[in-house]
Design a protein. Structure first.
Length: 451
């Protein structure tokens, strides 16, 4: 048995044992419920939903989190303020450790400090990135978008997929979750190293920084990025990687990961699919659009300390040109995003005198009333993207084309924990029924004829 197999052994893995025990009970319960209630109607599908991206259609099970329009995201029932209070923290820090959130998402329990310490050590043991992955990254032109590099790096590591190897050898369906768990743990462990490598080669001439394995997962990521002269950046990374980790299963990156995984593609293929969705301007790329818009406003107004009246004029001119205000509005939320609120609280404690941060706060006062007055916007409030860029700029990370990679490192925890659950519950190949526009017109005509 080599070192990796020893590290991954179920006999030394309390999280894996706890998951297996819990998943078997949940799967047994759901199987019985499905058998008894298979024909129960769960939702109505409208024509608007058929043409509107299936918005709001209840059609998948996602164990790790649920999004409420008013209360925001809850991870296994816990709100973000509750996570900040209850999850274990690094010594001397006020922000939660992302390792604790992964444990919670996987087995539904707030972990102890000892359990989080164990998981942090596991990810350190599993964090060695294959040499060929670095060679793949180095083959790209330096100006290649960081999300292109991230997806390619993830796919390159597929050569070590335990699920693919064991599937080829032949294994029972009941075992599918086991190697998926191993692949998920390995991927999450390696992503900070990969992401930091992309950052340093793209923006810092390949001047890479070796990992510091004395640090926790998020702090080591902060260290490898190279923001070492500002200790609070480690705290920000712990918060950032926690609050971006999951947003129930219907968002594009989560659904794409689930869809690809439903084909029994391994976690590497599935996550690469999810990251490709995250790279879209209507999803994860939105975080870079926010800071770009703020920088353009600063240039246009000629000041980093604009008045609220100047901001309002610029907002109105943006809307008049047919553009949206990036960072405002959400498909589900109907109040300010709790993730925005958490980042604002962080800024109020650590960096309240920053000009760009203060612009974000002024925008928060100015934009909702303007959008609300239009009478067309269901949610005029800020989402998570409205604040994250300003925090990163304060700590010297002005390269906004990298922001979605940070988002992706965090989001991997939620979508991969959910992939393990999907395998444990035996979720089938996803295959919705499509219709043609001609069918729609004929159906409407026939329905009206019967009235």
């Amino acid at each position: 048995m080599d070192l990796n197999e020893h590290v991954h052994s179920e006999y030394s893995d309390p999280l894996k044992q706890k998951f297996e025990s819990q998943a078997k009970e949940v799967a047994k319960t759901l199987k019985a419920v499905l058998k008894e209630n298979a024909s129960m109607k769960m939702d109505e599908v409208t024509l608007k939903q058929v043409f509107g991206g299936m918005r709001g259609v209840k059609s998948m099970v996602w164990e790790t989190s649920q999004l409420d329009p008013v209360d925001g995201i809850r991870f296994r029932g816990y709100s973000i303020p509750e996570l900040k209070e209850k999850l274990p923290k690094a010594e001397g820090d006020k922000e939660p450790l992302p390792e604790g959130l992964f444990w919670l998402m996987l087995v539904g329990e707030i972990p102890t400090e000892e359990q989080v310490s164990w998981l942090s050590k596991q990810w350190k043991h599993r964090s060695n990135v294959p040499e060929h992955t670095f060679k793949v990254l180095d083959s790209f032109p330096a100006e290649t978008h960081p999300m292109t590099q991230l997806s390619a790096a993830i796919i390159s590591m597929q050569t070590g997929s335990q699920f693919s190897r064991r599937y080829a050898e032949g294994m029972n369906k009941s075992e599918y979750w086991d190697p998926t768990y191993e692949d998920a743990m390995n991927l999450i462990a390696r992503l900070p190293r990969v992401a930091a490598y992309i950052y340093r080669r793209t923006y810092h001439n390949g001047d890479h920084i070796a990992p510091d394995l004395s640090l926790d997962w998020a702090a080591n990521f902060a260290h490898m990025l190279g923001v070492s002269d500002k200790p609070d950046f480690k705290s920000l990374m712990r918060l950032y990687l926690t609050i971006h980790a999951d947003h129930e299963g219907g968002n594009a990156s989560a659904h794409a990961t689930h869809l690809v995984g439903s084909t029994l593609s391994d976690a590497y293929f599935a996550l690469a699919g999810g990251m490709s969705a995250l790279a879209g301007p209507l999803h994860g790329l939105a975080n870079q659009e926010v800071i770009k818009w703020i920088f353009k406003m600063v240039d246009a107004l000629g000041t980093t300390n604009p008045t609220k009246e100047q901001i309002a004029d610029y907002v109105n001119s943006t809307l008049a040109s047919g553009q949206v205000i990036p960072g405002y509005g959400h498909a589900v939320l109907r109040r300010p995003d709790p993730r925005f609120v958490a980042q604002k609280a962080f800024a109020e404690e650590y960096i309240k005198d920053d000009d760009i941060v203060n612009i974000v706060w002024k925008i928060f006062e100015v934009v909702p009333p303007i959008l609300d007055s239009l009478g067309k916007v269901k949610n005029p409030w800020p989402n998570v993207d409205a604040h994250s860029g300003a925090l990163l700029v304060h700590f010297g990370m002005k390269e906004y084309s990298f922001y979605t990679v940070l988002f992706g490192v965090s989001r991997a925890m939620g979508v991969l924990a959910s992939l393990v659950w999907s395998r444990a519950l035996g979720m089938p190949l996803e295959r919705p029924k499509s219709v043609t526009s001609a069918w729609v017109l004929e159906h409407i005509s026939s329905q009206k004829a019967t009235v």
